[in-house]
Design a protein around this ligand. Sequence first.
Ligand SMILES: NC(=O)c1ccc[n+]([C@@H]2O[C@H](COP(=O)([O-])OP(=O)(O)OC[C@H]3O[C@@H](n4cnc5c(N)ncnc54)[C@H](OP(=O)(O)O)[C@@H]3O)[C@@H](O)[C@H]2O)c1
Length: 325
Amino acid sequence: MRAMTIPEPGGPEALVWAEVPDPEPGPGEVVVDVRASAVNRADLLQRQGFYPPPPGAPAYPGLECSGVVGAVGAGVTGWEVGQEVCALLAGGGYAQRVAVPAGQLLPVPAGVDLVDAAALPEVACTVWSNVVRLARLGRGETLLVHGGGSGIGTFAIQFGAALGATVVVTARAAKHERLRELGAAHTVDYREQDFVEEVRRVTDGRGADVILDIMGASYLARNVAALADGGRLVVIGMQGGRKAELDLSALLAKRASVAATALRSRPLDDKAEIVRGVREQVWPLVESGVVRPVVDRRLPMTDAAQAHRLVESSDHLGKVLLTLG
Ligand SMILES: NC(=O)c1ccc[n+]([C@@H]2O[C@H](COP(=O)([O-])OP(=O)(O)OC[C@H]3O[C@@H](n4cnc5c(N)ncnc54)[C@H](OP(=O)(O)O)[C@@H]3O)[C@@H](O)[C@H]2O)c1
């Protein structure tokens, strides 16, 4: 088969579509014939040599895919050759075929196109596991989503609103109108406005109950300041750096908490539990049309370098898909 190799880490031109050995389904695994994958921010880091795949994962980038089951390994039940699926991957989505632990497969939600289904597994699993399972966002609470125009953000807006939360987002101004259409109640231009002030203003001074943060160090102090009493800050990205000072007295006074999580490196049984949770609690919202994949554009897999340039520029809104066949 062919897959996107990275012979030498570097810029987008480091991606080389090359002949590689076919994957075989190990026990408990399924091989998916890939129809589409999606670009995640982490793929840019992997291409630059900063985010190697976890042990046992395919060497190629690609944290999610959609496609058709091509082979089923020993001990797998519930999945059949020919079935349309999408999958959460630890890597290997930028390829014609990928072996996946069966616990990370999801059916393509009814009403979603097979290609667009590649836009869902990573964002659904990340947002559900952090916002619901960990931070327990409740109806009537306020959710602050940083980077509302990202793949993660566009999903979190729709999902948070569907759960009955008031969603506030930070994003560049050009993306605000579309983000309000997706369900954001308030948009903050982080380049011009102070999000702490804005969150306080729209919550009558209370602050955000849950913050889904992708910036890390550069936002830590301001995120803590923007939290409501009993608030939960969940850091899932470090686009603004990894090291910062935390004033614990600010957390103590608010009885607030800070957590940080990564999806890719979780044990397989934990990923399977997250995928089960997504299938039970998120897929019905997708199938009823309340939450939809937000696709900026589709590009052929062989144009992955162009897709990486686009995502690097952040000019996209939602997900950039890479298609095959
Ligand atoms: N921990 C995990 O398990 C996990 C899983 C998936 C993703 N992530 C992380 O989640 C983040 C989003 O991933 P993605 O693939 O969806 O990314 P993406 O589509 O490439 O989006 C990145 C976003 O960052 C925004 N941004 C840049 N500077 C900002 C600032 N100062 N304030 C607010 N937003 C800012 C950009 O918004 P503008 O265009 O508005 O500037 C852009 O929408 C990444 O950091 C990724 O590593 C973590």
